[in-house]
Design a protein. Structure first.
Length: 128
């Protein structure tokens, strides 16, 4: 259910590290909890964030939620297409629903996050 090439946080963000860059989004579980996403606020390119720090906001018909960075680093890309069409988060959270790309301060920091099996177990334990 959750892509094996990603790492996951307890805040339900994912990061896919490839070629020294970390692509970040929210998980399928998170989008289901939110419901229909109607608005997205992302940081500007060049902003520096720390691991666990707020980098944006996602708003749905149910709630407004803060987005937290799984890694520290510099934002090198923000998904402008997603800002224009935030509903993509509901249909493709692990693909076209990516939010930002980071140049991680420590590329190995992702190793400390949950893998797909650990995240699945975490979600199941939260659902009980």
């Amino acid at each position: 259910m959750y892509p094996e090439d990603c790492r996951y946080t307890k805040d339900h963000e994912w990061v896919r590290i490839q070629g020294g860059r970390g692509t970040v989004g929210i998980t399928d579980y998170a989008q289901k909890q939110l419901g229909d996403v109607v608005f997205l606020e992302l940081p500007e390119v060049g902003k520096r964030v720390n691991a666990g720090e707020r980098f944006g906001t996602v708003e749905s018909v149910k709630a407004v939620s803060e987005l937290f960075s799984p890694l520290g680093g510099e934002v090198v890309e923000a998904n402008a297409e997603l800002v224009a069409h935030p509903e993509t988060i509901n249909t493709d959270p692990h693909g076209k629903g990516w939010m930002i790309v980071l140049a991680p301060a420590d590329p190995k920091a992702g190793d400390a996050l949950m893998d797909a099996k650990q995240y699945q177990a975490y979600v199941e334990s939260e659902s009980k």
